[in-house]
Design a protein around this ligand. Sequence first.
Ligand SMILES: *[C@@H]1O[C@H](CO)[C@@H](O)[C@H](O)[C@H]1NC(C)=O
Ligand SMILES: *[C@@H]1O[C@H](CO)[C@@H](O)[C@H](O)[C@H]1NC(C)=O
Ligand SMILES: *[C@@H]1O[C@H](CO)[C@@H](O)[C@H](O)[C@H]1NC(C)=O
Length: 444
Amino acid sequence: AYFLVLMVFVHLYLGNVLALLLFVHYSNGDESSDPGPQHRAQGPGPAPTLGPLARLEGIKVGHERKVQLVADRDHFIRTLSLKPLLFEIPGFLSDEECRLIIHLAQMKGLQRSQILPTEEYEEAMGTMQVSQLDLFRLLDQNHDGRLQLREVLAQTRLGNGRWMTPENIQEMYSAIKADPDGDGVLSLQEFSKMDLRDFHKYMKGHKAASSELVRNSHHTWLYQGEGAHHVMRAIRQRVLRLTRLSPEIVELSEPLQVVRYGEGGHYHAHVDSGPVYPETICSHTKLIANESVPFETSCRYMTVLFYLNNVTGGGETVFPVADNRTYDEMSLIQDDVDLRDTRRHCDKGNLRVKPRQGTAVFWYNYLPDGQGWVGDVDDYSLHGGCLVTSGTKWIANNWINVDPSRARQALFQQEMARLAQEGGTDSQPEWALDRAYRDARVEL
Ligand SMILES: *[C@@H]1O[C@H](CO)[C@@H](O)[C@H](O)[C@H]1NC(C)=O
Ligand SMILES: *[C@@H]1O[C@H](CO)[C@@H](O)[C@H](O)[C@H]1NC(C)=O
Ligand SMILES: *[C@@H]1O[C@H](CO)[C@@H](O)[C@H](O)[C@H]1NC(C)=O
């Protein structure tokens, strides 16, 4: 059972305020919500220290290097950008492998990637303990005493999974009569007069179409561990050679996510990993952190994305700020043009990768910490899936999970090795189903 807890770290993190205001708190039946930041106790026993994490060098944009990933051919890795550190490898998967992955995903069945979690949101908003004046101060990033559209747009959490555009914010303002002078800017006075319950009522009453969501696709997960289809195993081994990370890290990462974008599908720009705060726990290592954790996130050191088909129209992967000289969230989100919007503004992004069957692109979501481990999330890794204008787009993601806490990652690996020895890890029903496909032979 989980419930939402609201916390205000006003002094600590002014950055993405509402992301911190609303987060999912996992608890084991302990219903007390402790609003103070929690300090993590170190795990028991001395954990083995892990060696430095491998990180490929970019050299410069356009740089190519030859690598041997499979026995019968060479591959070429080309640097696409340095910020983020991003590469492309044509022919990483064969056409047969692409077709097989799509086939296995279809056999397993895909589910909608995003639905609106309205009730939890209502519940959370109902218990939000922050005064309207404080909320205004938090939203008003440039401290000019007025709320510009971009300042509201920057708080994606406000939309509760619904993608907000300047137009629909203005629509909402006029529906709840928040902005009488209609200039799209809320003064403190206008904001104070606004009843936040009207806002929530409006959000609840407006049923979003799938094209209005942050993400409009279907996906499923394919197991790649022991006993999986030999092609799934082979791909994991290839990724291991490509990334030069330890087998433990790669083998203990998430299964392969296969995604289908139909015509009209998209995924607005986002980063694959959550921010790292002292209170953050990684989804993959939470097993060994058995205390109550205020903020859980996916810790995805790398993303390896495979294009499984040629797309008839659109569907590029956009990196809006790749290799930009500087990064500034507020110039990314203007009052009129939001560069994160992949339905409308992909053409204005700095870098776009056109889907090509068999090609892999991969990048690092974190900066190095200078000590061979994971540092801060790389803001430049912002990316999205552009609108598919014609046909269907199939991709797959291999995320490589690393805990920013080196000690916790070490403990996690130790614990998983122990469980594997005891033979107690193969009780996942979801994976058991995947194993049934291990000998799937399909005419493709
Ligand atoms: C989990 O909690 C128990 C009891 O509080 C403790 O003995 C154990 O060491 C904890 N395990 C980890 C990995 O923190
Ligand atoms: C996909 O497009 C590329 C050219 O962009 C072409 O070389 C390749 O043969 C195409 N693959 C398929 C399966 O159509
Ligand atoms: C990109 O770089 C330019 C030049 O430094 C800067 O003016 C602009 O704000 C940057 N864009 C973003 C989105 O940060």
